[in-house]
Structure formats: C-alpha cells, structure tokens
Design a protein around this ligand. Structure first.
Ligand SMILES: [Zn+2]
Length: 76
C-alpha cells in the first residue's frame, strides 16, 4: 500500500494522505491527520472506518483502520 501526501494543507495541524486500496486496485482512501489539543487523530473515508471504528472514536475501544495504520507506519 503506497502512501501519498496531499500537496497542500490549508488548515493548521491537518495533513491529508492518500493510501492505495488493497481490495480495489486503482482507488485510494483519504486519511486525514488532525493534531489538536495535544492529541493526534486519524480519519479515513473507507467503509470500515466509518461503520466500525468511528463510533468508538476517543474511547478505549477505538482502533485505526488499515489505511490510517499504514499512514502511521509510513510516518515513523
Ligand atoms: Zn480506512
């Protein structure tokens, strides 16, 4: 899974990345990194994130989808 960074990010503390989809070659998922109030949160536009993970955001039950996990790995 390749990770590509958006050219421009107009909002302070926000970075946008694009990650190749494994299940649908040729399509990309958008992962938005938001750094605010000392906390970094990743948002992805895939179905897995929206349906299964987003409801648990900012709780102990939350975990990132594979795309946001891939972005985190690429940033290390
Ligand atoms: Zn995702």
């Amino acid at each position: 899974m390749n990770v590509r960074r958006a050219v421009k990010n107009p909002i302070q503390g926000v970075r946008t990345f694009y990650v190749e989809s494994e299940s649908e070659p040729g399509t990309e998922h958008m992962v938005v990194e938001v750094r605010r109030d000392g906390r970094t949160t990743y948002y992805c536009n895939c179905d897995d994130y929206f349906c299964r993970r987003l409801p648990f955001i900012h709780t102990n039950l939350f975990s990132n989808c594979r795309h946001s996990t891939r972005v985190i790995e690429a940033l290390q």
